[in-house]
Every structure is written in structure tokens, then in C-alpha cells.
Design a protein around this ligand. Structure first.
Ligand code: AVJ
Length: 330
């Protein structure tokens, strides 16, 4: 019979009383203006992101899924984990490939999905408990850059594998990424594992198309960040006064997703005790999405205290795939 999932809430359910305020003060209180991407994932944002993953232009999700379909058994064979932790788990849709492979090997004891989107997480936890009877699902509503100390300890029966899929690591800035990987290594014990999904550098036209899709779904997703501030902090952003500006930053090898003010405007954000004067043409960066090169991933993981064990990609031996999955050992 299914074991009931547990859900621990580490993040204030009332965003306006929690770290959203600090983040908005930091990001919109100084130039250049920016917003941290985690606040994109309210219910509407989570729904829009789910829609993005099914767009014809947005190749990362299906590419990573194909790598998992092909290599989930190899991942399981290459490690000795019995606990799977998933950071930024969302719907945990692709993760089922991995969980299926662990279950077939008789090594699936505990699954710990971690996400800021509480409702999405609760639904995923229920779905997974029903799908894998006997699996202990221990969900954490939290921010993976803040709450790593809350991951459950390893058990006597096996190590932990942290799955960080979807190239979510690409949404962190270089310094944040270094700090995150270091903190993750510190929170794990020698013999624990990291399975990291990373989108790879590729021709610019495909990258731009993936973030500037014909249906406008990505634009709606990015714009929703301002709607979150209007609702949660009583801000008065005029969504119609912004245009969507996604571009490839070749020097940093990342997509840079911005909203540009098409008029001078004065914005009040009472919940953050902030007033903002936007000049004509001034931009707010809402998200970056860094693209990687496999040798640099290995370097960063090594610097953080991981040892790379295996790399799988969709390039079939040709080192020019679209997406890579790296298994590293702490
Ligand atoms: C959260 C990393 C999966 O950066 O590609 C998709 C978020 N933003 N389209 C990405 C996103 C706009 C996405 N990930």
C-alpha cells in the first residue's frame, strides 16, 4: 500500500513576508536592474514553464528525456544510491525514468523532491507515492540555494544521489554557481552522488528560438515575474509598457532574458517599500540561462570537490551533443 508522502515547508508560504522582499530590494534597488528567477514559479509561472517544455523550439526537455530513456539504467549501475534527491523538481516528470530504473534494480528507498512551487510539489509527491508503493517520498518546499542543510542524512543502506536536471544550474550567475556547487559538496558525504543536467553551447539561432518561441509562451513566462510583484507586493507595474528582449550574450555564453520599459515610468512597490523610476529603454534582467561546455563542467565540479565519473549526451559519441548529463561522485 502507498506510503503517504511528507511535505516539509521551509519557505514562507506568504512570499511577501519572506525572501521575495529582500530579493526585490536587492535586485530593483540598484542598477543594473534584475530579478531572481525563482520568483517566476508561482502557480501561473509553473504552468507556463510546463507549457514551454512542450514547445517545438524548446529542445532541452525532450533532449534530456531522451538521454534519460537511453541511460537511466547506466546511471543506476554506475552508482550505489538508494536515496534520490531532486533539486528544482517541478513536476518530476523526466525523473520518473530515473526512479523506474532505480526501482527495477530494487534500490529505490527514498525520494526527496525540493522546489519553491508548493502546489506543483504536492501534486508531484502524491503522484509519485501512488506510482511507487513503498517509496518514502519526503518533499521539501524550499530554495535549493538556501536549504541544502535540510536534506535528509544518508541511511545505512546506501548513499544519496542529488539529481539537478533541466540545466536549472544555468539560471545561476557564475559566482552563485560556484557557491552553490561548493555548498552542495559540503552538504554531501564522500560517496554520495550528483547527477547534473546541462544544456550545451550550440548555434545561436537555435538558442534564440528556444527562448523567443513563436507562440509567445516564453515571453508570457518572463512577463509573469512582474505580475507576481504586482500581486504579492502591491506593485503597479504596467505590463503593457514592457517589451520582451531575449538575446545571446556570446562573451558569457548565456541567454539573457530581459523586459524593457518602452516609456519612462514611475513604479511603486509598497510591499518592498520601494519606488522605481524607469527611463525609456531601461531593462530589467529577469533570467539568464547559461550554456555549457563539457570540459568546463568537469573543471567546475572538480573545483567544488566532486569527481566526474561519467558523461552521457545525445551526441552518440560525437562530443557535440545538445545536452549533457554528468554523474559525479563526492
Ligand atoms: C529552468 C533552466 C529549465 O533556463 O531553459 C525556459 C527556464 N526560462 N525558458 C531554462 C526557462 C525560459 C529553463 N530552466
Amino acid at each position: 500500500s502507498p506510503v503517504e508522502p511528507t511535505v516539509s515547508v521551509l519557505l514562507d508560504a506568504d512570499w511577501a513576508s519572506g525572501s521575495l522582499v529582500d530579493d526585490v530590494r536587492r535586485g530593483l534597488g540598484a542598477r543594473p536592474l534584475s530579478l531572481p528567477p525563482k520568483w517566476l514559479y508561482d502557480d501561473e509561472g509553473s504552468r507556463l514553464f510546463d507549457e514551454i517544455t512542450r514547445l517545438p523550439e524548446y529542445y532541452p526537455t525532450e533532449t534530456e528525456r531522451a538521454i534519460l530513456v537511453r541511460h537511466a539504467r547506466d546511471v543506476v549501475a554506475a552508482c550505489d544510491a538508494t536515496t534520490v534527491v531532486e533539486l528544482g523538481s517541478g513536476t518530476s516528470d523526466k525523473t520518473r525514468m530515473l526512479l523506474d530504473a532505480f526501482a527495477s534494480a530494487g534500490r529505490l528507498e527514498r525520494f526527496v523532491p525540493v522546489d519553491v512551487a508548493e502546489q506543483t510539489l504536492r501534486e508531484a509527491a502524491d503522484m509519485l507515492s501512488r506510482r511507487y508503493p513503498g517509496l518514502a517520498v519526503q518533499a521539501l518546499v524550499g530554495d535549493f540555494t538556501l536549504h541544502l542543510a535540510h536534506l535528509p542524512a544518508r541511511t545505512e543502506t546506501g548513499s544519496r544521489m542529488v539529481a539537478f536536471l533541466g540545466s536549472t544550474i544555468g539560471n545561476l550567475y557564475v559566482e552563485e554557481r560556484r557557491a552553490f556547487l561548493g555548498a552542495l559538496a559540503d552538504s554531501l558525504e564522500p560517496g554520495d552522488w550528483l547527477l547534473l543536467g546541462t544544456d550545451l553551447v550550440k548555434p545561436v539561432d537555435r538558442l534564440v528560438a528556444a527562448y523567443h518561441d513563436a507562440s509567445g509562451t516564453t515571453e508570457a513566462f518572463v512577463r509573469n515575474s512582474l505580475r507576481v510583484l504586482n500581486r504579492e507586493l502591491g506593485a503597479d507595474f504596467d505590463l503593457g509598457a514592457f517589451s520582451y528582449v531575449p538575446f545571446w550574450d556570446g562573451a558569457m555564453e548565456r541567454m539573457d532574458l530581459r523586459l524593457r520599459s518602452e516609456a519612462p515610468q514611475h513604479v511603486r512597490i509598497p510591499g518592498a517599500d520601494l519606488e522605481l523610476d524607469l527611463a525609456l529603454g531601461e531593462e530589467i534582467r529577469v533570467e539568464i540561462s547559461t550554456k555549457f561546455r563539457t570540459h568546463l563542467i568537469a573543471e567546475e565540479l572538480t573545483d567544488a570537490g566532486f569527481g566526474v565519473e561519467r558523461v552521457w549526451d545525445d551526441g552518440d559519441g560525437v562530443p557535440t551533443g545538445d545536452f549533457a548529463l554528468t554523474l559525479a561522485r563526492r
